[in-house]
Design a protein around this ligand. Structure first.
Ligand code: GLC
Length: 441
């Protein structure tokens, strides 16, 4: 019986090599459309910056907003590919900070900067340049200006969509008496991650985040950015923020449809809802709750709690998959926290398999998207490529990176050897400083 259930789930969540190839083709078509300014699920947003030379120097403040925490960092660039991070502070974002309005959100950011300057005494009284990593789709008008296209990842503060986020930040800093902090750069976290790694590694040409949300960027030839209206040498390059989380040409299960319908942005961020940390636990929960509802697991138990959205987090999925104990006790602990009072070992093993099925699909979709970006730049894979990756799911989920590498081999064969994935921790903050350095040149 259990095997039958698993087989069905495996089939529903399977991304075969052929399916990956189909995804890559559709990804290329959507990329082209996005670059031409046509309607596409990929926004392909120009970032107004190319990769760094590695010689950029200086001391900067960087802000990193886009996940569960807001971070303020002091970054020093030494000009030989070396980056130091003498001070970092994390500020937890409360629901009201991210869901009320622009005044509350940017006020919180500015007061956190003030706390950082007071506590660390770095750059307190002198003029200092600041790079702002704002990890949402922004329609940039320049290196230090851009308006929010749409919120993602549960943020919904009113009065930000369509407004210049740099102006909002500058106003809030001025209100805190911090007018000597100059916001000179605005970047997406993927762009920061690519900048940070390529500062010391010329083969790095993709920045990827697989964390609360997921997305990627890469450098594109200006001749291919058909929607670009400004002046540019056709052979010059500019980094493009793909916003791949919104890619929508993917095979959906019933659980994906139900999850999507329950969000505040139905029909949007479809890939993100199958891949990123904000949703992985919820996909797994929906499968487990459905098996329970059909009495295929935990018969006779009410387990009301697990029927409620949000009870299983992506960290739980990681804990369950990493559970190497003979009795699967860590899995049992997660289930108890989710209201399942007792479970048999076979049931815990089934739950572990469900988690593996869900996260394996996430890794394979990520691999297909990565392969699409690389082959867009280098169709025959003639060069070496380093993909800089950051984000909690990639870093912490057991076997996630291995599953990506395995899938890349399945779809690209031996040529996958040309691709190297590297974890680039704190890339988004460091990268914002590099962009600030380029901008202040
Ligand atoms: C979401 C945002 C995107 C960001 C990603 C990772 O998809 O829309 O801009 O890069 O999350 O944080």
């Amino acid at each position: 019986m259990k095997t039958g259930i698993l087989k069905d789930l495996e089939k529903a969540f399977n991304i075969s090599p052929d399916e990956m190839k189909r995804v890559i083709r559709d990804f290329h078509l959507e990329m082209e459309k996005g670059l031409s300014g046509k309607k596409s699920s990929l926004k392909m947003l120009p970032a107004y910056i190319d990769r760094p030379t590695g010689g950029e120097k200086g001391s900067f403040i960087a802000l990193d907003l886009g996940g569960t925490n807001f971070r303020v960092l002091e970054i020093r660039l030494h000009g030989n590919g070396r980056i130091m991070m003498p001070a970092v502070m994390k500020f937890a974002l409360r629901k009201q900070d991210i869901t009320k309005d622009a005044g509350a959100l940017f006020g919180f950011l500015a007061s956190s900067v003030k706390t950082f300057l007071r506590k660390t005494a770095h750059g307190a009284c002198r003029d200092v340049n600041l790079g702002f990593t704002f990890s949402f789709p922004i329609d940039q008008k320049g290196i230090a200006s851009g308006s929010l296209v749409t919120w993602t990842k549960g943020f919904e503060a009113a009065g930000v969509i369509g407004h210049d986020v740099v102006s909002l930040l500058k106003c809030a800093l001025a209100k805190e008496g911090l007018a000597h902090i100059h916001v000179t750069a605005l970047a997406n976290d993927t762009v920061g991650t690519l900048m940070a790694r390529s500062y010391g590694d010329r083969s790095c040409d993709v920045g990827v985040i697989i964390g609360t949300g997921t997305n990627a960027c890469y450098p594109e030839k200006m001749s291919k950015v058909k929607k670009w209206k400004g002046a540019a040498a056709p052979e010059s390059e500019m980094i493009i923020n793909i916003e791949w989380g919104n890619f929508n040409k993917l095979k959906k299960t019933l659980y994906d449809r139900q999850l999507d319908a329950s969000t505040d942005n139905p029909g949007k961020q479809i890939l993100e809802k199958m891949v990123s940390g904000m949703y992985l636990g919820e996909v797994a929960r929906r499968v487990i709750a459905d098996l329970g509802r059909r009495q295929l697991i935990f018969p006779g138990q009410a387990f009301r709690k697990i029927k409620a959205a949000g009870t299983v987090r992506s960290e739980d999925v990681s804990a369950i998959e990493g559970d190497g104990s003979a009795s699967l006790s860590a899995t049992g602990a997660v289930l108890r926290r989710c209201g399942v009072k007792s479970s048999s070992r076979a049931e815990r093993a089934l739950v572990k398999n469900v988690c593996a099925i869900v996260s394996r699909r996430a890794a394979r979709i990520s691999a297909a998207a990565m392969a699409a970006v690389i082959t867009k730049m280098d169709q025959k894979l003639q060069r070496k490529h380093t993909i800089a990756v950051d984000g909690s799911v990639y870093e912490k989920h057991p076997g996630f990176s291995r599953n990506i590498e395995k899938a890349l081999k399945e779809v690209l064969g031996s040529k996958a050897g040309k691709i190297k994935l590297v974890l680039s921790k704190d890339g988004s903050g460091k990268g914002a400083a590099i962009i600030a350095a380029v901008a202040s040149k």
